[in-house]
Design a protein around this ligand. Structure first.
Ligand code: BGC
Length: 744
């Protein structure tokens, strides 16, 4: 945990311990659960392992969602369904949610012999996605740019409060996939490309979701997803094959899950795709040997959407659905998001009756599911909790999401200190993301694809309207078409703010064939720049679209990510200097779409130079580096010290640095510590992020920061797939300063 001190003109010392929080202690009456299971039929048990989507038991009439009583009764009486999820198409009011959930619960408790309550699950992935009037936060990628763990926890807490207010107690979040393939359409759902950043931000979010007691009306069960390797499809497409070596899998993709298991995360969702030719849904090694035996995970493993069936239809590793059910249950899944028909249920019952899957095997899964229901307090209070109702849409949440957006916005370029802009000038605003709330909010925003703007609060401003509120001079907005018919317009303004990037998309519909920014947007910036007026580029996007050609044309560039509902205000705050930017890129912004490297690549990836006649060079020259982000003030890094030249065994090395605000306004700074293994038995990356913290310094103030490093922080996975720290030289880097030490 980080501790922040605010001091003026003095030096304060803070100690940074490793990020973590205590595991949750929950009281569950295991004996009661065993007793229930001993009385359940095979059909009832399999029903608990089945998760159906709402569309199978509900319909919409005049825009209102209604339960189909006949279908609900069939689901419960015939198939003993134990859980539901999702919406038909879009967000519901809290009243609709309460009616839905209480109806499902009352029919369940009436027809279910053992009085096992029903569980409802939802994707509340950057706030409470599917409830009208809920608070959305910046997407995870933007949250990672804040480098502020307290904000991540706060976002998780608000989401838990609002989700629980709707009556839902299980959240399919957070994504712990490491975002190392920027084409992947779910890049914005990740906490970026670095394993440590994903791990720490993910854990901080889970802490916010689960709290310390799942029975509390301020908690929901979290779901770490998608276990694992989903985020690096070779093609960049969603749900496409990944090829990951065992070393890479363990060193880069497993650690966030391992830490989240240790922290008591209740559930895990499986990766829909495949690794090295094996679909993860039928991968016994990953789902049982690694997840259960090695990591000691005790919670519920849930499939992703329809993914057991896809073992037949897409992966083609099972000839029949029954075989697919056999493979996935044998591999280790507990709960299946079926979610449209009862074939999973029928096939699993048949497999148990035939003796191919033992009843003991399904008892294990059912017990995990019932334990979770009990931990969530569903056995005690199965209906919507009255005390939670008022937790939706509290005014202070708006400030929380605004604060998160403000800390996320990343100043990428500020040539000649063009920013912040003066408020009394004439500003021309244009571009596809200038007046779009859907592009600020991105996916999972009241609808899955996030493209229905009618759900957004009128009080939340687009970038254009936020600029209008701030500027005393003329602010003019034109569409690209209007501008093209009158390009001289650019001449009449002092500044041009070009808001470009991407609109909202989720999952497979967000696949792209090229990381380049669409050509019409590049053309727009090029024509705008022709008149010599400063063009400020604001990027609103879920992944880095290539801007190499137009970057030199813009003296000021801001990265907005998908900053959420207050993103327009936060961007305007930064543009006009009301907020000093402090976001840092959580990924490497590529310069060329054919040259995608993460910051922690290997030396072999760069700087090859051969003497004439074959003189060539491949340097690491991304558009912007991981960790890049400017401020309106300046910081100096001085006095890097290490407590010893040698780190022995399990001892701790203290690394201290003094950071000083050398400019003339207060500012926040994310301070990052990297290490480099100088020699290793497996080729070492050029550097790895090991620790970070965020501080706030008044103008002129300085602060000493002390990071603690242990051998474990420096370890890597060797050829025997073991975590090791090999004896030898290491280098640490903070703010461009370096020191070496020897590990013994
Ligand atoms: C997504 C998951 C999500 C699930 C349930 C799937 O399409 O991959 O991330 O949790 O749907 O809505």
């Amino acid at each position: 945990m980080t501790k922040k001190l605010k001091m003026k003109n003095t030096i304060a010392i803070i100690l940074l311990n490793s990020v973590g929080f205590c595991a949750f202690s929950q009281t569950v009456d295991e004996a009661q659960i065993d007793k229930i299971i001993s009385r359940m039929s095979v059909e009832e048990k399999v029903g608990q392992m089945t998760n159906m989507t709402l569309a199978t038991i509900a319909y919409e009439k005049d825009g209102t969602v209604m339960i189909d009583q006949t279908k609900l009764k069939e689901a419960i009486a015939t198939y003993h369904i134990g859980s539901y999820q999702n919406v038909l198409n879009h967000a519901y009011s809290i009243k609709e949610w309460h009616q839905l959930l209480d109806t499902i619960q009352s029919v369940t408790l009436r027809l279910e012999k053992h009085k096992i309550p029903s569980l409802y699950c939802i994707d509340a992935v950057h706030g409470t996605t599917y409830t009208k009037g809920s608070t959305l936060f910046p997407h995870n990628l933007a949250m990672a740019a804040t480098r502020n763990l307290d904000l991540a926890t706060l976002g998780g807490q608000v989401t838990a409060l609002e989700t629980r207010a709707t009556g839902i107690r299980y959240n399919f979040s957070p994504v712990l996939d490491v975002g190392r393939q920027p084409l992947w359409p779910r890049f914005a759902e990740t906490f970026g490309e670095d394993t440590y950043l994903v791990k720490t931000m993910g854990l901080a979010t889970i802490k916010g979701y689960q709290g310390t007691n799942l029975k509390s009306t301020s908690s929901v069960a979290a779901c770490m997803k998608h276990f694992m390797g989903y985020s690096v499809p070779a093609s960049g497409r969603d749900r496409a094959p990944a090829y990951i070596s065992d070393i890479q899998l363990r060193e880069y993709f497993l650690p966030p899950f391992r830490e989240a298991v240790l922290a008591g995360t209740k559930t895990v969702m499986v990766n829909s795709a495949e690794i090295n030719g094996i679909p993860v849904h039928s991968n016994h090694y990953l789902l049982t040997d690694v997840l259960r035996t090695e990591l000691g995970f005790k919670g519920v493993v849930i499939t992703d959407w329809e993914d057991v069936k896809k073992l037949v239809e897409r992966h083609q590793t099972a000839q029949t659905y029954k075989e697919a059910v056999f493979q996935s249950v044998t591999a280790g899944i507990d709960l299946c998001i079926v979610p449209m028909d009862y074939d999973f249920t029928k096939n699993l019952i048949a497999l148990v009756k035939e003796g191919r899957i033992s009843e003991e095997r399904i008892n294990v899964s059912v017990k995990r599911i019932l334990m979770m229901k009990m931990e969530l307090g569903l056995f005690d209070h199965p209906y919507v909790e009255q005390a939670a109702k008022s937790q939706l849409g509290k005014p202070e949440y708006r400030n929380n999401t605004l604060e998160a957006a403000r800390e996320a916005i990343t100043l990428l370029k500020n040539e000649g200190n063009i920013l912040p802009l003066a408020k009394n000038k004439k500003v021309l605003v244009l571009g596809p993301t200038a007046n779009s709330k859907t592009s600020l909010n991105g996916c999972w925003s009241y609808t899955w694809q996030g493209q229905d703007a009618s759900y957004f609060d009128v009080k939340d401003l687009s970038i254009l309207n936020a600029i209008k509120e701030k500027v005393s001079g003329e602010v003019r907005y034109v569409t690209q078409k209007e501008y093209e018919s009158n390009p001289l317009l650019a001449n009449q303004f002092d500044y041009i703010v070009a808001c470009i990037g991407e609109d909202s998309y989720a999952e497979t519909p967000g696949n792209i064939k090229d990381l380049e920014l669409p050509s019409d947007q590049k053309e727009l910036v090029k024509t705008l720049a022709r008149y010599g007026k400063p063009v400020i580029m604001v990027l609103v996007e879920g992944r880095p679209r290539i801007v190499r050609d137009i970057e030199p044309l813009c003296p000021g560039i801001l990265m907005g990510y998908w900053p959420g509902p207050q993103g327009g205000t936060a961007i305007a705050d930064v543009l006009f200097g009301d907020v000093n930017p402090s976001g840092k890129l959580p990924f490497t912004y590529p310069r060329n779409s054919g040259d995608i490297l993460t910051y922690d690549h290997k030396l072999l990836d760069e700087a090859v130079e051969v003497q004439s006649p074959y003189s060539y060079r491949y340097e690491f020259t991304p558009q912007w580096q991981f960790g890049h982000g400017l401020s309106y003030t300046s910081f100096s890094y001085e006095n890097l010290k290490i407590s010893s030249d040698t780190l022995r065994g399990n001892a701790i090395l203290k690394i201290s640095i003094t950071v000083k605000n050398t400019g003339n306004r207060a500012g926040k700074e994310a301070v990052e510590l990297y290490s480099r293994d100088v020699f290793a038995s497996i080729t070492p990356p050029v550097k790895r992020l090991r620790k970070f913290t965020k501080i706030n310094l008044e103008a002129g103030a300085a602060q000493e920061i002390v990071f603690e490093l242990s051998a474990a922080d420096l370890s890597f996975v060797n050829k025997d797939l073991k975590w090791v720290t090999e004896e030898g030289d290491f280098e640490v880097q903070v703010g461009g300063l370096k020191k070496t030490f020897y590990y013994k």
